[in-house]
Design a protein around this ligand. Structure first.
Ligand code: FMN
Length: 350
């Protein structure tokens, strides 16, 4: 059975599945609930000097995931320090306290969050230019590890990662929700959220998150908590292969329930075994980036169910039948990806 233990910037975790900052870690009891449901550590909702007020509504399920206009925590920072974090720590939860959004917030709160029992801080900002300054403010004030949360919404993900590492971050969480984004209810003609700008998360952002994790991992040497779109064991493995040594999950647990953590832990172990990976360490960054040579499309006549999906999707009208491809075929691969029977396959990519 694969060894699921992992370490992130000084935190030893039983397994890599961490509850990312969001509504499911809104207070102490919620944090304990997530831990009991199987998360290996919990990132609190972002704590700031001023409690937020939330637009109504601010969370809606959409195709591909979740759209939200939820701001930082609507609890007072003093309440987090006096009650919520100590409550979670009394229950033995590894707690990563998310703090932002300006340097003054980190200056005011970092030491008190450490004193309240947080095992690490995660600094976060809506403006990537200010993030390295937040890391700086935190590392000057605490002894616990400081993580920085990167967003793919800015212009310079890798440059920001490097600047945060130079300032002393022990790990990077990659990525935040993606946006701004918008959906409109055609009946009421109003935005689905009580705000014009929302942020997208869940499966729709997985490819963005994977690319960001791989880019950051290749540029800097600190551990990465890969976050964005993971909701099953295969996508968790993808995140590890891209270079993450832990996997943050928010939307998956929102939509499918906190039980996801326990299910995923078992499934992840099975999948790693199946793929011949004996530990998390084995999987981290193990994606093969070299170009495969001699790749060609193969057709398995016995497996074909003649649904004609491959014929319908061909953009070049090159596929006349599952078995018959004309010269216009560019081997783009769309037909292979829609074949429900595995009759169209790539040969030479193993
Ligand atoms: C409703 C909601 C609220 C969130 N609030 C926070 C927050 O307070 N601080 C933060 O750093 N990230 C916050 N996030 C971002 C998540 O932590 C995570 O980075 C993002 O949603 C991508 O992961 P996912 O696809 O698993 O949800 C929030 C996400 C959602 C959906």
């Amino acid at each position: 059975m694969a060894d699921l233990r992992t370490a992130v910037g000084g935190l030893e975790l039983d397994h890599p599945l961490v509850l990312a900052s969001g509504p499911l870690s809104w207070n102490g009891e919620a944090i304990v609930r997530a831990y009991c449901a199987g998360a290996s550590a919990v990132v609190t909702k972002t704590i700031s000097r001023r409690a937020a007020t939330q637009p109504v509504p601010h969370l809606v399920r959409v195709g591909g995931g979740v759209l939200n206009a939820e701001r930082w925590s609507d609890l007072d920072s003093a309440q987090w320090i006096k009650r919520e974090i100590p409550l979670a720590k009394d229950a033995g939860v590894p707690v990563i306290a998310s703090v932002g959004l300006e340097p003054a917030d980190v200056e005011a709160l970092a030491a008190a969050l450490e004193e309240a029992g947080a095992d690490a801080l995660e600094v976060v900002s809506y403006d990537e230019a200010t993030l390295p300054g937040l890391v700086d403010a935190a590392v000057r004030r605490v002894r616990i590890p400081v993580f920085a949360k990167l967003s793919a919404n800015g212009r310079d993900l890798v440059g920001t990662a490097r600047a945060c590492v130079e300032r002393g971050t022990s790990a990077l969480t990659v990525i935040d929700s993606v946006g701004p984004a918008l959906r409109i209810d055609p009946r009421t003609r109003r935005p689905l959220l009580g705000a014009t700008a929302g942020w997208l998360s869940g499966p729709a952002i997985l490819p963005i998150a994977l690319h960001a994790v791989a880019a950051v991992r290749q540029a800097v040497a600190v551990p990465v908590i890969g976050t964005g779109g993971v909701e099953d064991a295969d996508t968790a493995v993808e995140m590890l292969l891209a270079g993450a040594c832990a996997v943050g999950i928010c939307s998956g647990a929102l939509v499918h329930g906190l039980d996801l953590f326990r299910r995923l832990r078992g499934d992840l172990s099975d999948r790693l075994d199946e793929f011949g990976l004996t530990s998390i360490e084995d999987a981290v960054g193990a994606a093969r980036w070299e170009e495969a040579r001699g790749v060609r499309m193969g057709f398995d006549e016995v497996a074909c169910i003649h649904c004609e999906a491959c014929v319908r999707v061909c953009p070049y009208q090159a596929r006349r039948s599952p078995a018959d491809v004309g010269e216009a075929c560019r081997e783009c691969g769309l037909c292979v990806s829609v074949c429900p029977a595995g009759a169209l396959v790539w040969e030479g990519r193993g």
